[in-house]
Design a protein around this ligand. Structure first.
Ligand code: RIB
Ligand code: CA
Length: 333
């Protein structure tokens, strides 16, 4: 086995839990244009059983990202899946939003419908804990695509779930540099203390960082494939990309927007989508220029265990085929 053949599906204590049927996930997100694509992929992929959506302040305030999550769920016809609001701020630091990319609403561009999907009255962290406890050990995968505040709080509130969660597959970080600073990616920089807790807990963690997600560019050809589906969810997706693309071009000079968050969901649905390498990741929390950096060791200097998995390459064709098929499936739902 080469170091890029690390399979993605470990359970507690490293047990491989590959088995038939879709992977049960909780999507913890901060919609967010690319979070919306993660919701659509989770809804439409046959490889995913979406068990709950929890929201966390990040791209915008908790109120706004939660409204956006409910609106996307309404567009996708998601019913019977709890949607619950989680943390309104990072563990220690003040909230910093990403209006430069996602706009004042957190999902500027398309007109959003009034949500018809109810808001679960429980706190999002309680929904994470209760859902994990209610399912067989090793069956629930946590997929965070925003700051890791809720995941860290869940691990502290209910340490027993750390051994029950199959794995944490997160969008965040990167070993080749950041996007908010030269060193730090937004989700990690938003709450480095939470990231430190999550990467340091005794559950399997897979980091799908910018090294992978900057390969998931929604080019005009991809947008055209989505538009050709000719359905309401497809039209919504195209409108998201139009705004997201303009903002990414203005803010970071991208010719096409990187659709970060569904890369994590896609990896859970099919390990072939992202090549992984074993590594050890530490979170920088005090550096003047490096706070929020995911310091990634692929060698194991000083004998440190390579206890994390880090995405290194995206199978672009497979990813976009999965993403577009999922949007099509939503239309048929
Ligand atoms: O850095 C990209 C990440 O930050 C994505 O999850 C995006 O939605 C924002 O949350
Ligand atoms: Ca996000």
């Amino acid at each position: 086995m080469t170091d890029t053949d690390v399979p993605g599906n470990y359970g507690p204590n490293g047990r491989i839990l590959d088995g038939p049927g879709p992977r049960s996930i909780i999507l913890d997100c901060d919609p967010g244009h690319d979070d919306a694509f993660a919701i659509m992929l989770a809804r439409g992929s046959p490889g995913i059983d979406l068990r709950a959506i929890t929201t966390v302040a990040g791209n915008q305030t908790l109120e706004k990202v939660t409204r956006n999550a409910r609106a996307v769920a309404t567009i996708c016809g998601i019913t019977g899946v709890p949607i619950a609001a989680g943390a309104a701020a990072p563990l220690v630091r003040p909230l910093r939003v990403a209006a430069d990319i996602h706009g004042a609403s957190g999902m500027d561009g398309p007109a959003l419908p009034a949500p018809t999907v109810p808001l679960d009255p429980r706190h999002g962290v309680d929904v994470i804990v209760e859902t994990v406890r209610s399912q067989p050990a090793g069956s629930i995968t946590l997929v965070p695509t925003g700051p890791l505040t809720n995941i860290a709080l869940a691990a502290r509130l209910a340490p027993d779930i750390v051994g029950r969660v199959r794995e944490v597959v997160l969008m965040g970080g990167g070993y080749g540099g950041g996007n908010v600073t030269a060193a730090a990616e937004f989700n990690i920089l938003a709450d480095p203390e939470a990231a430190h807790i999550v990467f340091g807990a005794a559950w399997p963690v897979t980091m799908v960082g910018l090294d992978v997600t900057h390969q998931a560019l929604a080019t005009p050809e991809i947008a055209a494939r989505i538009a050709d589906l000719g359905t309401a969810p497809a039209a919504f997706a195209v409108e998201l990309l139009e705004f997201f693309g303009r903002m990414y071009s203005a803010a970071q000079g991208f010719a096409a927007p990187p659709v970060h968050d569904p890369c994590a969901v896609a990896l859970v649905a099919d390990p072939a989508v992202v090549a992984l390498r074993p590594a050890h990741v530490e979170i920088e929390r005090t550096g003047t220029h490096t706070t929020g950096m995911t310091v990634t060791d692929f060698i194991g200097r000083g004998g440190v265990a390579l206890d994390h998995r880090v995405g290194v390459e995206l199978n672009r064709d497979l990813f976009w085929d999965m993403m577009i098929a999922a949007i099509a499936a939503i239309s048929e739902g």
